[in-house]
Write a new protein. Structure first.
Length: 274
């Protein structure tokens, strides 16, 4: 009887999990299917069996240069992630192994900044970028994306570092390790799963960012998010072309996520089971 109940429970959980997964995946599937339709078919309505035309992809490549925003997206995602890790690793180390009475307050304050709507600080940031020459530059976007995701990066690294026994670092100090050696040669190798998952998550967040990349760029540093937005015009939305552009934009990050899912799950569960 108990085994039958457990079996039914597992089946129920599996059905619920697959249902949620399909609901989440359906918009992506519909976007990919729509990208292979003509504009007339896309406007006509829902159809899971399109005519499979590459017309929209050819139009996207003809009207816009895909390669340049793709390179910009790669540079912005990787650049902001590396810069965030350079800042976050020492900060997380300090809060994890040398905490003060205000450490938790600082962490909560950093997390609270993510709750503030980005549009609330658009005007001052826009003026700063305009007067410092950072408008429509990769450098400016790398900085803003790094600052935007830095609280999450510090929080994740802090959580991972807390799971590392402090005695190991004390032993390294007794052996004459400097502060740099302690962070680079002792702490970082032990937290590789957590650092890797943090890196992957930050790359995904930076790649998908649309608000700042659209507001602070025009042409030179425009990434794929701005590339997608360019298919919204005063004449209306071109659904098939917009879907083709979206598919071309999300394909690299989906492929990366698929091949790195084990590492991402491993890092996100790092320290969950002792």
């Amino acid at each position: 009887m108990a085994r039958a109940v457990k079996t039914r429970t597992r089946i129920g959980y599996s059905i619920a999990a697959w249902t949620v997964a399909l609901i989440i995946f359906f918009p992506i599937l519909y976007t990919v299917i729509t990208s292979f339709k003509s504009e007339q078919e896309a406007i006509a309505g829902f159809d899971l069996i399109p005519s499979l035309t590459l017309e929209s992809y050819r139009a996207v490549q003809t009207q816009n240069d895909y390669f340049r925003p793709f390179v910009n997206s790669v540079i912005l995602a990787l650049g902001s992630t590396v810069l965030a890790l350079i800042v976050a690793i020492p900060a997380a180390w300090a809060m994890a192994f040398s905490p003060t009475k205000r450490t938790k307050d600082i962490l909560m304050w950093m997390l609270s900044t993510k709750m503030m709507p980005a549009v609330a600080v658009l005007v001052p940031i826009y003026l700063i970028f305009l007067r410092t020459g950072l408008m429509d530059t990769r450098t400016g976007l790398v900085i803003i994306l790094m600052l935007m995701n830095l609280p999450i990066v510090i929080w994740m690294l802090y959580t991972y570092f807390r799971e590392i026994p402090g005695e190991i670092l004390e032993a390294a100090r007794m052996d004459g390790a400097s502060l740099r050696d302690e962070i680079v040669h002792v702490l970082t190798p032990m937290a590789i799963p957590g650092i890797a998952s943090t890196l992957l998550l930050n790359v995904i967040l930076a790649w998908n960012e649309a608000f700042w990349t659209i507001q602070l760029t025009t042409t030179n540093a425009a990434p794929l998010s701005a590339f997608i937005a360019s298919f919204s015009s005063p004449q209306g939305l071109f659904w098939a072309k917009l879907s083709a552009a979206s598919t071309m934009a999300i394909a690299p990050i989906l492929i990366m996520g698929w091949f790195s899912q084990k590492q991402l799950v491993r890092g996100l569960t790092f320290g969950a089971v002792k």
